[in-house]
Write a protein that binds this ligand. Structure first.
Ligand SMILES: CC(C)(COP(=O)(O)OP(=O)(O)OC[C@H]1O[C@@H](n2cnc3c(N)ncnc32)[C@H](O)[C@@H]1O)[C@@H](O)C(=O)NCCC(=O)NCCS
Ligand SMILES: Nc1ncnc2c1ncn2[C@@H]1O[C@H](COP(=O)(O)OP(=O)(O)OP(=O)(O)O)[C@@H](O)[C@H]1O
Length: 292
């Protein structure tokens, strides 16, 4: 041990996972140019959201992610008690988000996805590969939280009924296929091709958009909006992705079309944050993680 390591503060597992989750949210918000979404350039298709609000909301969620990880450490297994702990902490997180944003939904879907993944990661730090963490999160999401309010009138629930698609709940229950099968492989391919980190992340977002039934898009722009999102994202990737000139031109076309339809792929954005979280997590625990 040298003088530097001796004075390094101990980091708990909950601290570390909450840091990763908040970093993922901030990196997602900052990533630009994202079609229809809030980014460094502006508010996309939103009138009530802006980058400062996304940052403030992300930071306000840190204690919730930490509390979910700690609940996982205390319970130690995938069981109804843990599912209900996490449900309660998630609902409290939503309340805190709404307090900080003055009632605007900045991160509802992200609390759900990253909350489950933080919990799943804390359950077994020896198995942090993306598929392993996503599988544990899915098993947790499949448990029925008895305290969850049965409303059925959320925007997501309404369009799931109307169009017969799977929303945020099912995406988690299936083990985040958009992240595991689309985004992470695309992120790796674009990095390997030398796209640069920002372009590789944009390509990962587009890979999610090619397939996802994003209920944010369906609610605002119907099936026409969803088709526009999926086919436009496919066209950008087929042209060589965001690092290519043709891909950039098609990305601009996609953005123009989505703004015209007021369509914003908020669900895809949440899953990009989940992708960035799992991507970092797989590098394993940091050295200064003390006993937890
Ligand atoms: C399951 C959740 C996401 C609610 O889903 P629902 O579709 O009913 O709600 P809503 O329309 O508000 O959408 C949630 C968000 O999910 C994201 N999303 C949209 N489509 C998708 C998709 N296909 N896949 C993943 N995420 C998506 C978007 O950001 C969207 O805003 C969750 O928030 C929940 O159960 N809330 C109830 C309170 C609770 O128990 N919270 C604890 C969570 S740990
Ligand atoms: N960079 C981003 N820009 C916009 N939305 C994002 C971004 N990142 C994540 N999201 C997600 O998008 C969702 C916000 O979408 P939306 O504004 O459609 O929700 P809403 O308030 O339910 O609907 P509406 O605004 O259409 O009435 C949040 O749940 C959030 O998790």
């Amino acid at each position: 041990m040298n003088a530097l390591t001796a004075i390094q503060p101990k980091l708990s597992l909950g601290d570390w996972l909450a840091d990763l989750a908040v970093d993922a949210l901030i990196d997602e918000a900052d990533l630009s140019p994202k079609p229809g979404l809030v980014d460094r350039r502006g508010s996309g298709a939103h009138t009530d959201l802006h980058l400062g609000l996304m940052h403030a909301s992300a930071l306000a969620l840190w204690p919730s992610f930490k509390a979910m990880a700690e609940a996982a450490q205390q319970r130690g297994e995938i069981a109804l008690q843990l599912r209900e702990d996490v449900g309660r902490i998630g609902r409290e997180g939503e309340q805190e988000m709404l307090r900080v944003t003055g009632g605007v939904n900045t991160h509802r879907g992200a609390i759900w996805a990253l909350g489950l993944l933080s919990t799943a990661a804390a359950l077994d730090v020896n198995m942090l590969a993306p598929e392993q963490v996503a599988l544990r999160a899915a098993r947790l999401a499949l448990l029925n939280d008895r305290a969850a309010p049965v409303t059925g009138d959320s925007h997501g629930a309404q369009v799931c009924r109307l169009y017969g698609v799977h929303g945020a709940r099912e995406e988690a229950q299936l083990g985040f296929p958009a992240v595991i099968q689309q985004a992470l492989p695309q992120l790796a391919r674009s990095r390997a091709a030398g796209a640069g980190e920002q372009n590789a992340r944009l390509d990962a977002l587009l890979a999610i958009m090619t397939q996802l039934a994003d209920t944010c898009v369906l609610y605002r722009a119907g099936m026409a909006g969803l088709t526009c999102m999926q086919s436009g994202a496919r066209a950008v990737l087929a042209a060589g992705g965001c690092a290519s000139l043709d891909g950039r031109r098609l990305l601009r076309d996609l953005e123009r079309d989505m703004l015209r339809l007021r369509a914003s792929p908020g669900g895809a954005a949440d899953l990009l944050a989940a992708t960035l979280f799992l991507d970092r997590l797989q590098h394993g625990l940091p050295a200064q993680l003390g006993s937890h």
